[in-house]
Ligand binder design. Sequence first.
Ligand code: HEC
Ligand code: HEC
Ligand code: HEC
Ligand code: HEC
Length: 209
Amino acid sequence: MRTSFKVLLAIGLGILVLPVALQSRVKDTVHNLNRSGFTVPNAEVCRPCHAPHNTKALEVGALWNHDLSGGGWALYADADANSVFSGSSRLCLSCHDGTVALDSYGGATGTQRILGSENLGTELRDDHPIGVLYPTSGTRYNLLGATTANAIVDPIETPAGQSAGLEDGRVQCSSCHRAHGTRAADGRMFLRVDNNGSRLCMTCHISPG
Ligand code: HEC
Ligand code: HEC
Ligand code: HEC
Ligand code: HEC
């Protein structure tokens, strides 16, 4: 009786705990370059993106260790290019606009650029707008949640513990994604909100769907 209860409890906890543990660790994702076909010295996980010393932190913060994209992206007309260039989107684009090799970090010049659909290119007008202000009035956006500093939670659509985000009131890559894994239950795409049923979209956009 006791044993089977423990077994059941263990299975139950396993189901509850395992997905969370897997999603939250960058080590277990494709952002661990060791898992994406590269050999990072010491099999270090953080090093392609951060280092403790001699980094580009004065330019972009976050003890950034990866070579940076020079910018030159084509953005939506109402985007503020400087917010993209000096914010965290540039960190993502330093691998994802395909202009800088993935293995260019820590002063070494690499050779392998990101391929396929993970390469967004420098034409960013065929992607969701970034660098644009999140509206603070009107009826088409979730304004209620946006009053919580830089976090947007739609009480109807957003699962507990998940939120879209803003950077200085603007939409950036980090509005929808996290670099370090995901809190979304489906575990895909580093999403901040599980997009099952388009819930990520509806966290900000109210009317459609
Ligand atoms: C693929 C690149 C990448 C890897 C690998 C990575 N990070 Fe990050 N990290 C980022 C980016 C991008 C940001 C900035 C995110 C932002 O400002 O929204 C960041 C921000 C941070 C921050 C500051 C913000 C915060 O979340 O507290 C810390 C601390 C951090 N990373 C630690 C780590 C550690 C420790 C590792 C290794 C276990 C790691 N990162 C691996 C890309 C990465
Ligand atoms: C050091 C380079 C690097 C940086 C910086 C980086 N990525 Fe990635 N990213 C990768 C690689 C490598 C892959 C896997 C590509 C593949 O599978 O072919 C990837 C994959 C992804 C994927 C697809 C995940 C999946 O489940 O298939 C998303 C989404 C993503 N990155 C978003 C981001 C965002 C957002 C940022 C900034 C917060 C960022 N990346 C910063 C290298 C990077
Ligand atoms: C408005 C939300 C939103 C913003 C802003 C956003 N993304 Fe995404 N991104 C998504 C969603 C949702 C997916 C998953 C699409 C799917 O499942 O097919 C995705 C997928 C991706 C992928 C995988 C592409 C693929 O088709 O395999 C990469 C890489 C990525 N995003 C990087 C970025 C980067 C870099 C930025 C900033 C320049 C960014 N995203 C901004 C919502 C967003
Ligand atoms: C963080 C909040 C946020 C999230 C999450 C979000 N959006 Fe948006 N979206 C915006 C804002 C703000 C604009 C308006 C940009 C502008 O015109 O200034 C916008 C614009 C758009 C547009 C109009 C683009 C154009 O050509 O003018 C479409 C379509 C759209 N979003 C679809 C989506 C979809 C699909 C998703 C889910 C994958 C999504 N959005 C998630 C904030 C968000």
